[in-house]
Design a protein. Sequence first.
Length: 218
Amino acid sequence: MLICKYTRKKNAAFIPHLDMLRTVSMAVRRIGAQAGYSEGFNPHMKIFFGQPLPIGTESLAEYFCLFCDDEPQTFMQKINASLPEGVRISAAAKTEKDPNVSNLMAFADYTVILRDTVPAKKLQNAANFIKEDACVITYTQKGQEVQKDVKPLIRRIEVEGNTLRFRLSCGNRNLRADRLMAHLKKAYAIEMGYDIVKTAMYDEHEKNLDDLFFGGGD
């Protein structure tokens, strides 16, 4: 069985989750990997992905598990030659059992890069949002306006130059970085555009998943 880490950059950030599953599954078939399949009338490849990534958010830290006996490095080289631009396997390793990435993930780091210079005081005010007694944001979900206190879901907000860095809850208790940033942009009059990149994922003890799967390296 293989655990794989992959990136989604540039146009690949706009591929919907189900299409990404199909894209990777088709690439596995094209390279002739010895993947496992479910039994029954309509067998499915035994490949399991983490939580869906919001459309438009790039990521350096997505994971999937594949029931496959191929050697990790050989598999990674072959499948990278078959994946679309922007999608690349950056690390692969054997694992004895399915780590259930969806249940394991608890926190994620995001970098928000502003496309133009923002006054430092304005960005610091946005970072201080976490110090409020309640961090209420408003967003639309399934056509309905939702108001939610997300303070328990924010581990940190930091400023570094013209960049904001978040560590947010994900998995079963999820706060999307794009929803938080949309609120900060409106509340603190941040007028220019920005790009969001997920940079790392962690378990409930805030241990990096790379350390769990790959010994700390890509």
